[in-house]
Design a protein. Structure first.
Length: 344
């Protein structure tokens, strides 16, 4: 049993992808220079040693973290009564009053205890349970481990609903919704605190720039298609964001120096305006980006998973280090990899 105390937090992650939700948490902490240690790494659940500042940062930035809280107790499910005792003690000592109990068994891990067992144990310790309470006590089970904690922040999918692609003034087939768009921005390590500038060289109608704006980042975008630039400006202005977009070719970057790059590269029919093949476009994009991205900064892009070896071969030609490779992200009929590079 691990008795959690002090600055231990838990993060309950989306099951959207095997590696991306955790990578997003770590990238946000790195971007904002928050000291973070992963104490326990479970399926859809992280136990973290970090300051409370991480709670607000994840709340403001993360797309695939669902709950963030203060860990009270962590241990094997069969010792759940110990977790109940610790939680009951905290509720009484801190005068929290009635609590709302939320019980989650991730991916069907462990049949014991169940919700009724936990309710019964809490009531036996004179803890009042009220579904209307704003104090949320969580029992989360993953891989035979129970995490008991007090929720500090919840991130709902509905938080992004107003910026869904079908809600924007200008729609582009293949444009990404705000949750996955945020992944790219966050993996690029663009920083709110340090005032860095994020750049999307294939900005389309502005999906990634919208998320950079709502997170409070400095940003700029470009695209080779004038119609997309007009669409990006319309979308950004509709949401009260500065229309920081320019017409330009990603292979001849129309900006000077940037601190972070994140983009969803075009391929197939979408590459027609540049008259380049997917591989040719990737190579000239990486070469051009090498000249504007500061050393030590990050570049994130997606590419067809079928050309992974060709992609890695091109990456090795330039001054980049492959930091992360997130395989098999499925979007519609396409399966892509997401590459995270560091400029060396």
């Amino acid at each position: 049993m691990l008795l959690a105390h002090g600055n231990l937090l838990y993060a309950y992650l989306s099951g959207f992808h095997k590696t991306l939700p955790k990578a997003e948490v770590l990238a946000i902490a790195e971007a904002e220079e928050v000291n973070l240690q992963v104490v326990l790494d479970l399926d859809q659940l992280l136990l973290l040693r970090a300051g409370r500042e991480l709670v607000d940062l994840l709340g403001a930035r993360a797309a695939f973290t669902r709950r963030i809280g203060r860990a009270l107790w962590v241990g094997p499910t069969e010792e759940y009564i110990d977790g109940v005792d610790v939680a009951a003690g905290v509720v009484v000592e801190e005068g929290l009053g009635a609590v709302r109990l939320e019980f989650r068994r991730l991916r069907g891990y462990s049949d014991y205890p169940d919700y009724k067992d936990v309710v019964r144990a809490l009531l036996n310790r004179s803890i009042r349970i009220d579904k209307r309470s704003n104090t949320v006590l969580e029992f989360i089970i993953s891989q035979g481990v129970l995490v008991v904690g007090l929720r500090l922040r919840e991130i709902r999918v509905s938080d992004f609903a107003g910026r869904w692609t079908n809600k924007r003034p200008v729609y582009l087939p293949g444009a990404l919704n705000p949750d996955i768009s945020r992944i790219f921005v966050n993996l690029s390590r663009a920083s709110i605190r340090r005032g860095t500038t994020y750049y999307d060289p294939f900005c389309g109608v502005g999906s990634f720039l919208l998320e950079a704006c709502t997170m409070g980042l400095n940003y700029v975008g470009s695209d080779i298609d004038e119609k997309y630039i007009r669409g990006a400006r319309a979308n950004l202005e509709y949401y009260g964001c500065s229309p920081n977009v320019v017409l330009g070719d990603a292979c001849r970057a129309p900006v000077d120096r940037v601190d972070a790059i994140g983009t969803d590269m075009p391929y197939g029919r979408q590459t027609k305006p540049s008259r380049a093949t997917t591989v040719e476009l990737l190579e000239c994009f990486l070469k051009s980006s090498e000249g504007i991205l500061k050393r030590g900064s990050y570049l994130v892009f997606a590419q067809d998973s079928d050309i992974e070896e060709e992609t890695l071969s091109i990456v090795r030609k330039y001054s980049y280090e492959l930091v992360e490779l997130h395989r098999n992200w499925v979007h519609g009929s396409l399966t892509r990899n997401i590459y995270v590079l560091r400029r060396t």
